[in-house]
Design a protein. Structure first.
Lengths: 477, 102
């Protein structure tokens, strides 16, 4: 008996050590992959420790084994398949989905404990246990519903309803919050009733808070929800009396919070304005009502675009979410191969929050075999724009909006952007004149040196490739 | 395996501090993988689900809830780690090739 308990603690300690090393290593490029494996090994050790502990004390019944294996196999296999099948462009949604399921798991544990482990064994919970149950239910439910909404919005299954942008949403969310609070207090006092009220209240609160948030801010929200799921896990750790669970949950909770902060800094937004400010643009009616119509738009054909690019010495591509949606990264790579072959200097300007998640574009372009050194971060590439002949903006919008620098009234004001308008000629490849995800008008489109090329990024790039080849680019020199 | 609440609260405090310290400066490239990796770790609630199943005895509803919970958690853990590895493999493949060509 004693030995088993000792063994469990020893394994737990090793697992905590590996987890810390793993999370630490994940923040450095060189060690990231090994660190991820370390963390995975730590998780396996953690499971081994729990099983060892049970074998040493109460034993595990045949029934229990059956249910463990069934649940584990189904979840594990689905996870495996999802991780393999999901396209690289859908990474943000995938992380949100996984995260939501983690929250759901904590929620279910808490529900199970409240419903069946409470009075049944004549055991009543004390205050700390009740608080952790409440936290587990509340945070677990918010994490689940919030993550699912985030996923649906990123997938485009859900749009931002208009009412969520009005003051009304604060009233509605406050209502849900009060509902949750009532449920929470009831659950705290009785340890039993109030559970469903809390579950429903907090689920709706998760939906109500996430729904109004614009896509540009989604990464921050997912990161925050990720932090929540750590908190939920720590609370579940109190419920089932597992120190390892508490440590790991607290670690993820705190680390997630830091990461959220880092991301907010990258976008020059405060967490409060992300959560309560609503989608960018609609918050300040000033810029929206004033000048939301585009007046001087120059559009041009792919052919003109090809002619300009052919004469250029230096071309910078600015990828954005549109590129990811169109799955145009491989076509883009073919275009740049042709350009490189004829001696044109090519690079890619990567804004830290281009796409729907930081690092989204890096992953996407890496998939298309783009050399790592051609990916230039904002600080590096911004001074180079004045010496650039042609900039091709592919489905990016807010991250190239000059308003962020020039217009103090703009909601984007202060956000670091790519100074593409410094370049000699700018082509913006875009499907239509709709606003970016933030819903803000982009002054760049009206500049004299900007031409719009309308169409799906993949199709435009494909046509461009044909035109360039017809011009003889890439064949000689 | 029982321990006092004071102990548990200390563990919570120290764990949080550890988490705050672990992540300092993160290059933007790694934001997504780091988030995804941390997310996989938060699936550690699978331990709670396991505990629930073992303690359930012959209470069928509890067994079912525990099993579903375990499924969700493992979906998070296994999917999370694999997806993170897939993302990171793209970076490492890139850098190793670059080293070769230089």
């Amino acid at each position: 008996m004693m030995d088993f308990a000792f063994l469990k603690y020893a394994i737990d300690l090793i697992a905590v050590l590996l987890l810390s090393l793993g999370i630490k290593g994940l923040s450095k490029v060189r060690s990231a992959r090994e660190a991820n494996r370390l963390a995975a090994i730590a998780m396996i050790l953690a499971v081994v420790a729990v099983i060892v502990d049970f074998l040493g004390s109460s034993g595990i019944s045949f029934y229990a084994w059956t249910w463990i294996i069934v649940g584990g196999l189904v979840g594990g296999l689905l996870g495996m398949v999802t991780a393999q099948k999901v396209p690289m462009t859908a990474m943000p949604e995938t992380v949100a989905l996984f995260n939501g399921c983690g929250g759901m798991s904590s929620l279910l544990v808490a529900i199970g404990v409240v419903l069946f482990l409470g009075d049944g064994e004549g055991k009543t919970f004390d205050l700390v246990e009740n608080i952790s149950l409440v936290v587990s239910v509340f945070v677990g439910a918010i994490t689940f519903s919030g993550s699912i909404v985030a996923m649906a919005k990123l997938q485009g299954w859900l749009s931002t309803p208009v009412w969520t942008q009005s003051k009304l949403r604060h009233a509605i969310n406050s209502g849900f919050a009060i509902l949750s609070l009532v449920g929470a207090i009831e659950l705290l006092l009785t340890g039993q009733s109030g559970l469903w009220l809390l579950v429903i209240g907090s689920s709706f609160l998760g939906i109500g808070v996430t729904l109004p948030i614009g896509g540009a801010d989604m990464p921050v929200v997912i990161s925050l929800l990720n932090s929540y799921s750590g908190v939920a896990a720590a609370a579940a750790g109190f419920v089932v009396q597992s120190q390892l669970l508490i440590v790991a949950g607290a670690m993820v909770g705190a680390a997630g919070l830091i990461l959220t902060q880092v991301m907010c800094n990258g976008m020059n937004r405060s967490l409060v304005s992300v959560l309560f400010g609503g989608a960018l643009g609609t918050g300040s009616s000033l810029t929206e009502s004033g000048s939301s119509e585009y007046i001087n738009i120059t559009s041009c054909s792919v052919e003109e675009c090809a002619l300009t690019i052919e004469a250029a010495e230096r071309v910078v591509f600015v990828p954005g979410y549109g590129l990811a949606v169109a799955q145009a990264q491989h076509t883009l790579r073919e275009v740049t191969r042709v350009l490189e072959a004829s001696g044109i200097d090519v690079c890619y300007a990567i804004h830290p929050v281009a796409g729907r998640m930081p690092g989204h574009m890096n992953v996407l372009l890496a998939e298309a075999d783009v050399p790592y050194e051609q990916l230039k971060e904002m600080d590096v590439v911004n001074p180079e724009f004045p010496a650039t002949d042609v900039v091709v903006v592919l489905g990016a919008n807010d991250v190239v909006n000059p308003q962020a620098k020039n217009d103090p009234n703009s909601p984007l004001y202060g956000m670091p952007v790519l100074d593409v308008c410094e370049a000699r000629t700018i082509f913006v490849v875009k499907r239509g004149m709709s606003a970016g995800y933030s819903g803000i008008k982009n002054d760049l489109f009206e500049r004299a040196n900007t031409s719009m090329v309308f169409g799906d990024a993949k199709k435009v790039l494909g046509d461009l490739l044909v035109e360039l080849k017809e011009l003889g680019v890439g064949r000689k020199s | 395996m029982e321990f006092s609440h004071t102990e548990a609260l200390w563990v919570l405090l120290l764990g949080s501090l550890l988490g705050l310290e672990l992540i300092g400066k993160v290059p933007p490239t790694l934001h997504t993988p780091l988030m995804s990796g941390a997310n996989a770790v938060s699936g550690i609630t699978m331990l709670a689900a396991l505990t629930l199943i073992v303690r359930a005895g012959d209470r069928m509803p509890l067994l079912i809830i525990g099993s579903i919970s375990l499924g969700f958690a493992l979906f998070n853990v296994i999917g999370g780690f694999l997806v993170t590895d897939r993302m990171l493999s793209m970076f490492s493949r890139k850098s190793s090739r670059n080293k070769g060509s230089r």
